[in-house]
Design a binder for this molecule. Sequence first.
Ligand code: SF4
Length: 292
Amino acid sequence: MTDYRFESAVQLLTLCHECGLPISEVVALREEQLFGRHVQDTRRETCRRYKVMKSMVEEGLRDDIHSRSGLTQAPARKYYESASSGTVLRDPVLRNVLAYAIAANSCNACGGRIVASPTAGSSGILAGVLAAFEERIGKKVVDAILTASAVGIIAHKRAFLSGARGGCQAEIGVSAAMTAAGLAEALGGEPCQCLNAAALALKNALGLTCDPVGGLVEVPCVKRNGFFAVHACVAAELSLAGIGSFIPFDEVLDVMRQTGEMMSQALRETGLAGLAKTATAKEYFKQAEKDG
Ligand code: SF4
């Protein structure tokens, strides 16, 4: 009987190759083997989670959405409306990627229901990209989520998935890698192209620090989801065009782990340095305290 467990990209690729299956299928079979969840049930549950992701986008696009701190005030709606008049990103799908990812993460900042992917702070990337590509990929949205989760599993096994442990590279970087891989599969990529997309995405997010203003998952998090949603699309695009990552995904993950371990604790979600300690951040909270 085939053992569908994997802890590295190399093991996952070997499984895909030996079984002649895409990554998404291997993930569904792994669920069945490890947790007794039938493949169809896994797909149904994944579909249910995608509906929650779409509701994150809808919620975040409302023009009256705002967080308790006041740091997040309908940024996606503001962008979406100004983007409609045409500025830099003229491609409507790319514009939606940016708007939807910011919207989905605004939903998190404002206390809405979310699907962590892999974390709450980075939950806008996968949701935003899939919602923007939904028309093009249709039912393959489920395959994309399953493939994205394979990348998350490997990152968890080989490194870490939290800003407190590894800086923002471990949240936003991994989320972009997951999304790039998922999108690549949904657009017809081979397993090796999906993991290559993950490598390209993560490699270009290495060293990203976690220094949110006021310790709240808002600044820079919400807009960073928008930036890295576009980044994930670029990684998938390059990979599908046959552009390889010189460093394979497992090795990029090892570098991310080492970089996180070398990163000062002040830049790992402690609020002791970086953006959290800027004059503007301090002034904002001083004023908020005065205003009660
Ligand atoms: S800056 Fe920190 S809290 Fe914000 S998304 Fe990145 S890791 Fe999460």
